[in-house]
Design a protein around this ligand. Structure first.
Ligand SMILES: [Zn+2]
Length: 327
């Protein structure tokens, strides 16, 4: 798990959050909002070429003409630099290390593209992040990671920090993961558009930490770059004000296991062991269902980092509801 190292350069983290408001160039704002809209999706390169400025011609870091800031960075499969996979934090933000550009294999921080990223860092202006993905039988396709801040430069890499689900909150860092807050108080000041973006961010974050597969049966499909048949389920339901701003209130399930989970026909305990409803009719009807195969066993697909695991408060809320239902 990467964590930002100390740096001689100024970090922008003290300027966070709500940095979109700092941008005075409406064209830049417009382009960044377009990238935010696409967050979490896999988009063919030719589509991005139509939608995103600079995508047709530029690799690596793109700095629009007449702008002192970078607009986006992209990682290609054939890139010469060793960038690393993003690591997700419970607030839906993520860390990603990105190599500066160079000439003839040597990093050159004086290049205008690198300077533009430093400028984005110093003024706390967000950038878009695209990562090319290998998809069997598909044309060149990019995962739109979303918007991020250039948080630091550790003398080898730019430390890129994705914006959290609650983009008005201070993003978590890997060394400072606050306690889980189980409930959201409805924020009436949030626009419909922003609340839609946050829903997408929660779904995307949970999908990423569960490797795009059902936690219980490990099924998950992709077609045309889009995930099929898996959704982020809330442990504390939204109807009980369960949070959608923290991935620790979520779990990725396939349609089948989500439907049974929603009806409280199975759940899991604090050791992530599967518990199935003790109901003869249900159990008989579920004879061929994987849920009976894993009963009493640990959920086979959990996040890589323990801090992304479902929170114990959320698990006990669920377990309590499970025990009370159908009594
Ligand atoms: Zn499943």
């Amino acid at each position: 798990m990467p964590s930002p190292k100390s740096s001689s350069r100024k970090s922008c983290s003290s300027l966070m959050p709500d940095l979109m408001a700092r941008i005075s160039d409406p064209k830049l704002t417009d382009s960044l909002l377009k990238i935010r809209e696409l967050m979490g999706s896999m988009v063919p390169s030719r589509e991005l070429q139509e939608k995103i400025p600079g995508f047709k011609t530029q690799k690596g870091i793109y700095k629009p003409q007449n702008s002192e800031y970078a607009l986006w960075i992209r990682q290609t499969l054939t890139g010469v630099y060793q960038d690393q996979e993003p690591a997700m934090l419970p607030d839906g933000s993520w860390y990603y290390r990105y190599s500066p550009e160079g000439k003839k294999g040597e990093t050159d921080l004086s290049l205008s593209t690198n300077r533009a990223l430093f400028k984005s860092m110093e003024d706390g202006v967000p950038i878009g992040v695209f990562i090319q993905r290998e998809i069997a039988g598909s044309q060149s396709t990019y995962e739109v990671m979303g918007l991020a801040y250039v948080e630091n430069f550790d003398d080898a890499y730019f430390i890129i920090h994705g914006e959290p689900i609650d983009n008005e909150a201070e993003p978590m860092t890997s060394t400072n993961i606050p306690q889980f807050k189980p409930f959201d108080v409805e924020n009436l000041s949030i626009s419909k558009a922003m609340s839609r973006i946050r829903k997408i961010a929660f779904q995307t974050g949970v999908r990423r930490v569960y490797h795009e597969k059902c936690s219980l049966c490990e099924l998950g499909y992709r077609f045309n770059g889009q995930p099929i048949g898996v959704q982020a389920a809330h442990l504390i339901p939204v109807s009980d004000q369960g949070t959608s701003k923290d991935l620790r209130n979520g779990i990725l399930l396939c349609n089948n296991h989500h439907a049974l989970f929603d009806r409280y026909l199975w759940t899991f305990d604090e050791d992530f062991r599967v518990i199935v409803k003790d109901d003869p009719q249900f159990r008989h009807s579920a004879e061929n269902n994987h849920v009976l195969t894993v009963e009493g066993k640990r959920l086979p697909n959990l996040p890589d980092a323990e801090y992304d695991f479902p929170a114990s408060e959320a698990i006990s809320f669920r377990l309590d509801r499970f025990n009370k239902t159908y009594q």
